[in-house]
Design a protein. Sequence first.
Length: 422
Amino acid sequence: MKTTWINKGRLVILGMLVLCMQLATAQEDASYQTIKGKVKDKETKKNIVFCSVGIAGTHIGTVTNLDGEFAIKIKNTLNATELEFSHIGYKSSKVLISELKNEENVVILEPASVILEEVTVRPEDARELMRMAIKKIPENYSNSSLNSVGFYRETIKQRRDYLSISEAIVDIYKAAYTKELDDDKVKIYKGRKSSNVKRADTLAVKLEGGPYTTLLFDIVKNPYVLISDDVIYMYDFTVTDIKTIDNKLNYEVTFSPRVSNPDNPLFNGKYYVDIKSLAITSAEFSMDLSDIEAASRMFVKKKPLGLKLTPTSTSYFVTYQEKDGHYYFNYSRSEINFKCKWNKKLFNSNYSVMSEMAITDWTMDKAERFSSKEVLKKNAIFEEVVTAFTDKDFWGEYNTIEPDQSIQAAIEKYSKKMKKEK
């Protein structure tokens, strides 16, 4: 079984997997320091997930995981002094690196109260607001290509058990937002996997496309997913709130399907649009599953006979980072949950496929194009491309996303099993 987003934004299901390898824990050397901690809400004390964590004055950063945890590596040559934390609905905060320990830091973010300026008027026509935001894309986003470094991870679960965990540092050729015919390209710098953390009972799931599945949700670069002129008329829009992102006021624009589309199911979700620049700063959305048969067709390209697949939920999330008046792709995450039922069998098997990409560094220098031999194919099975390593300093100075606690437990459990078998 394979699952993928392809160029038209579709998902595909296929095949079978039998591979076993081990992940190892990274260690640092003297050329950089690692700072770890959690980010919490000041009032509720709850962990803040997908919070951006960056080295102030640079393009280097990462995000917190589902447990609100972060780990960021700081090269000594940067002479960095502050870390910056930001999230939707919170005041951005800068913390002196000298005041942080190597581990067990707790960073508190304060919810942002919204004070509207007298000149700020909430628009009555939210659809027109989105049209204006789309028209200003050439002004608000990079009009030149650039090279980025990203950390990519994908996980596949059967019920609560991980079947595979794969991750990599990738180099990205990020095409200019103003060049429709110039595509994003990815090459793998180094990657690793831990496949079959638990052996699947009847099916194994593979994700086709790997890092390209997350780059697809750069909806500004790929407007046909949600915001092209051909798509926007299919939705109703409402300005439902005003939120603070990076200490700037943003319209929260809620959208939902106004028509049915049996060929391609639509989405429900929210855009966040900067009040002054009208830049789309982030979006969160999910597929409309009211027509289960139509949604299932989106996900299935090929499957074994006698198997019925039903998507149960989806979620997608993308954020952009502002630098010198322009916005750049920063982070995206997708998760698809579905159940499989064989004919004449009583029980269902529930699966979850997650992929995420965080841009951890990028440069404004003239972008280097990758050769065709270097580029990861868009239909590649990522976990078949990377192999397993036990190098203790595998990631070195490169920034990653901290594993969720459950992922870390799965890796450790599998590592112990491998040791016993040796």
